[in-house]
Design a protein around this ligand. Sequence first.
Ligand code: KG4
Length: 340
Amino acid sequence: MSRITVLGIESSCDDTSAAVIQDGFLRSNVVAGQKVHEAYGGVVPELASRAHQQNIIPVVDAALKQAGIGVADLSAVAFTRGPGLMGSLLVGTSFAKGLARAKGIPLVEVNHLQAHILAHFIEVESEAHVSPCFPFLCLLVSGGNSQIVLVRDYHDMEVIGQTIDDAAGEAFDKCAKVMGLPYPGGPWIDRLAAQGNPKAFQFSKPHIAGYDYSFSGLKTSFLYKLRDALVENPNFIEENKTDLCASLQKTIVDILMDKLKKAAKDLGIREVAVAGGVSANSGLRTAFEEYAQRYRWNIHIPKFAYTTDNAAMIAMSGYFKAINHDYIGMDAVPFSKTRF
Ligand code: KG4
């Protein structure tokens, strides 16, 4: 039987990545980050698309080499169609189209958010792995999204709750900025929180109906707390940084877990996963483990390499589509806004 070999291309934000999945197993996953944004405190879209142009060919080359294959071995090429930065997406999309046309192989579109969820199915041949069973709930938390997704099948997903304002990652990053921490602030808060007291400060929690989230009130409450305290003591942030980080992190994690718990209870689902950049957070990971014990959840926490943007998840999602011959035409254009 001939092998099914899918090349995945990811270029939605500031990481250029390529990966190969062969017969359902990951063979390579190469990621090139972009240091150029560090000086600006955030991703500069124009610089991101230029860097993707420089990185894409070497990254694809490296992914093919690591997988021990050549372009002639590819059965299909999968690419991130959106959401993301338009200039960045165009680089990966155009590259994928060019390769598909040149080699006469099919093109597969992948939704970046769905791919974060399907990252839970990435398997490496020599490693033990337990994939989630359908249906499961996935808490998708990143710099741009905070959603609870009901996953019925690889391509049957429903967003049952989402943020009505800021995303969880944005709350981490914006509060970190107020404390003078570098961008992105999430990992900094995580590290500092480990040395602080999570009960030292109280911040406001939202009262939103259903499974939706809101983080803008928390951000304002954090800002006001600091502003008032700095009037009394100009060294307040420095003297309380670890406690502030621990208390903030606990509040964000509590908000995320409360709604997830409600959804799991209402729907009678105990298969629960987390995905996206914020799933790297140690407080959130610990909370998942606690809930697994307390509510007998089967939890799925991704490897660190698959929490951030990567093409392994694009190739995996592309593989699931390719085996169903779910291809897309050369007229496919990227989309920037969140859609499922
Ligand atoms: O999914 P992702 O890599 O891309 C975007 O959506 O942009 O998520 C990035 C987000 C950032 O907000 C970053 O601060 C947050 O994930 N993040 C973390 C941690 N690692 C990354 N937040 C809290 N704790 C972490 N350890």
